[in-house]
Design a protein around this ligand. Structure first.
Ligand code: PMP
Length: 394
């Protein structure tokens, strides 16, 4: 009897996925040369399995800002925001995020995961409610575990189902926090946000939108789906991450409620961890500037994903979303077919993500291709050609 016995099924599942080539899960990436190129198994590949939606990881200004902070302020803060880890730049970034939304309060966390953990576990507690979309990201479920609130789930993207859940709470719905995402990362689908806002208002509940994958992608200034839908004055909290469009590491929560600041006094994932390094903060501030003024980048990203979606549909693939977006999830009938497609793409010089249960909703086996503003028109041609080759081979 060993403490490690319980990992046996996971280990067996992982072994079943490794063929002769590179592993499809936690694929070793030998090096990365640019936002869209890297080396795997000795071959150069197009990176189409990252969250680098605006392609800013190699932006010269972002890299210079991070480098200057590294040299000027050192490699780490070595402490919590509540102790020695709150530098001027951390506060400046919070100010810039708040101003971008036109709201009074923003808090920076050390990762996006911790932003959800910190916000959810602190905003609601004993005697209050969390009402989650059933397809929510693990960080949302883990935030629910850390809070002592009663957690309810509603059917994915189904405002009527949410309405019924809240109706059952009666007056208590005013102590309920609903959580939805601006873009679901596995299937690439979007919520009917306005309908959710209407249900929240009907019941006097609160709404948090996790824009991890939609920040930088949607809305004229790139603030996310909430901005794109014209709903910035009707939601209570937005959570985001620095690790996708902002090309760094960290997370944030912003709110039109000034009292959000009080959370700093009680949020364990904010207090009991070191703050982001100076380089991380400096790079993120520069990337945020680029994101807010990044209409041209967004136009290229949208052109890329519109073309890719149209081509994938034309080839007869079933996609996880009817609305084109930066995540194109190709639904394949079983794990073996998904793995064969993943290997086929890699052989054609394209790195995508293989996503399988339990990481996926509804037990789906997915080939997840993510587009970036840094993909040129020619890169998208290459991605489509690789997908076509795979179809012919299948
Ligand atoms: N929320 C969602 C919806 C996510 O997909 C992710 C990361 N995949 C996170 C939060 C956590 O962000 P991070 O990776 O920056 O910790």
């Amino acid at each position: 009897m060993s403490l490690f016995d319980k990992f046996q099924p996971l280990s067996a599942a992982q072994s079943a996925l490794s063929g002769t080539g590179p592993a499809a899960i936690a694929t070793p990436i030998e090096s990365v040369h640019s936002a869209t190129r890297g080396s795997i198994n000795g071959n150069e590949v197009i990176l189409a399995g990252t969250n680098n939606y605006l392609g800013l990881t190699f932006d010269a200004d972002v890299v210079d800002a991070a480098g200057a902070a590294l040299r000027g302020l050192g490699s780490g803060t070595t402490g919590s925001r509540m102790a020695n880890g709150s530098y001027d730049a951390h506060r400046a970034l919070e100010q810039e995020l708040a101003e971008a939304f036109g709201w009074p309060a923003a808090i920076v966390f050390s990762t996006g995961y911790q932003a959800n953990l910190g916000a959810l576990s602190t905003l609601v507690g004993r005697g209050e409610y969390l009402v989650l979309d059933s397809d929510s990201h693990a960080s949302i479920y883990d935030g629910a575990r850390l809070s002592h609130a009663e957690t309810l789930r509603f059917r994915h993207n189904d405002p009527d189902n949410l309405d019924r859940r809240l109706a059952r709470l009666g007056k208590d719905a005013r102590r309920a926090l609903i959580v939805v995402e601006g873009l679901y990362s596995m299937l690439g689908d979007q919520p009917p946000l306005e309908a959710f806002v209407e249900v929240k208002e009907k019941h006097g509940a609160w709404l948090l939108v996790d824009e991890a994958h939609s920040f930088g992608v949607f809305g004229n200034r790139g603030l996310g789906l909430t901005e794109a839908c014209g709903l910035l004055d009707r939601v209570d909290f937005v959570v985001g991450t620095f690790s996708k469009s902002l090309a760094g590491l960290g997370g944030f929560c912003v709110s039109p409620h000034r009292q959000l600041d009080l959370m700093r006094l009680a949020s364990r994932p904010y207090i009991f961890t070191a703050s982001p390094s100076p380089a991380t903060i400096a790079g993120t501030r520069k990337a945020l500037q680029k994101l807010l003024g990044g209409q041209a980048l967004r136009a290229q990203l949208h052109r890329n994903f519109q073309r890719f979606y149209a081509a994938a549909k034309e080839l007869g693939y079933r996609l996880g979303s009817d609305i084109p977006g930066p995540v194109a999830a190709i639904i394949l009938p079983d794990r073996e077919t998904a793995l064969a497609h993943w290997n086929g793409l890699l052989a054609a010089g394209v790195y995508a993500n293989l996503m399988i249960p339990p990481a996926t909703p509804s037990g789906l086996n997915l080939l997840r291709i993510s587009l970036s503003a840094a993909h040129s028109d020619h890169d998208v041609d290459l991605l489509i050609a690789a997908l076509t080759e795979m179809t012919v081979a299948a």
